[in-house]
Write a protein of this length. Structure first.
Length: 240
């Protein structure tokens, strides 16, 4: 276990929940940060509170390490964005090949806010669930982008910040496998029941892989990854 402290960008989704568990295994103290940016799937903000409560209650090995939660109002981002995540519009792919679920600047702004909180609270490791393996082509999820951002934040803050992305080179089947490795069946069950991924905010029927419409890109990735993991195909984790 590292002795330092970490701040996890925590949305209440499957990926950020696995990243939070990953950080809790490694750091002496972990805090969380969420963002209200006017997202269409606003229900994730309730899901994140339920996940945090379940982690505190069900995982005694992590209780003392899980510290404060920070919520930031970034509704201005939703006001200046015209995307399928911030407007009631159909999900589609634009002329440049990017899905209209891409919120320009979102992850850049998230990490900037996280660094500002981390500066004040002595949290110099920032953890995010960005992934370049199973993703929709979002440019702010790419490893090169986040490496450049790490340099910019460290220079601009006058302190060294490290951005950790544990899922960067994992597909969704491997993300399910990592949840199993970190927290056993209990963490997998928590992820299925409580985390939220669906872009449309659907929390009705509970599928084997979790709540969701089953059709949007986020649900499709989650469902397909779960099915591959259950089938034992492509879920081997790379060497640490």
């Amino acid at each position: 276990m590292r002795q330092g402290h970490a701040l996890v960008l925590f949305s209440g989704g499957q990926d950020s929940t696995v990243c939070l568990a990953w950080a809790l295994q490694r750091f002496a103290r972990v805090e969380t940060m969420g963002f209200d940016y006017g997202q269409r799937h606003h229900v994730e903000l309730q899901a994140r509170q339920e996940v945090l409560a379940a982690l505190r209650a069900g995982f005694p090995q992590w209780q003392d390490r899980l510290g404060d939660d920070h919520m930031v109002d970034l509704t201005v981002l939703g006001q200046i964005s015209d995307t399928a995540l911030t407007r009631d519009t159909a999900i589609a792919v634009d002329a440049a090949g990017l899905p209209n679920t891409f919120v320009p600047g979102r992850n850049l702004l998230f990490f900037q806010m996280a660094a500002a909180v981390g500066y004040r609270r002595g949290l110099h490791t920032l953890v995010g669930g960005m992934c370049e393996t199973d993703f929709s082509g979002y440019p702010d999820c790419r490893d090169d982008t986040l490496k450049a951002l790490q340099v910019a934040l460290s220079l601009g803050m006058g302190q060294r910040f490290t951005i950790e992305t544990p899922l960067m080179w994992l597909d969704k089947a491997q993300t399910w496998a990592l949840a199993q490795q970190l927290g056993g069946d209990a963490l997998v069950d928590l992820s299925v029941r409580l985390t939220h991924t669906c872009y449309l905010g659907e929390r009705g029927h509970l599928h084997a892989w979790g709540h969701g419409c089953g059709e949007c890109p986020a649900c499709a990735l989650r469902r397909q990854g779960y099915e591959r993991w259950m089938a034992g195909s492509g879920a081997a984790l790379p060497d640490a």
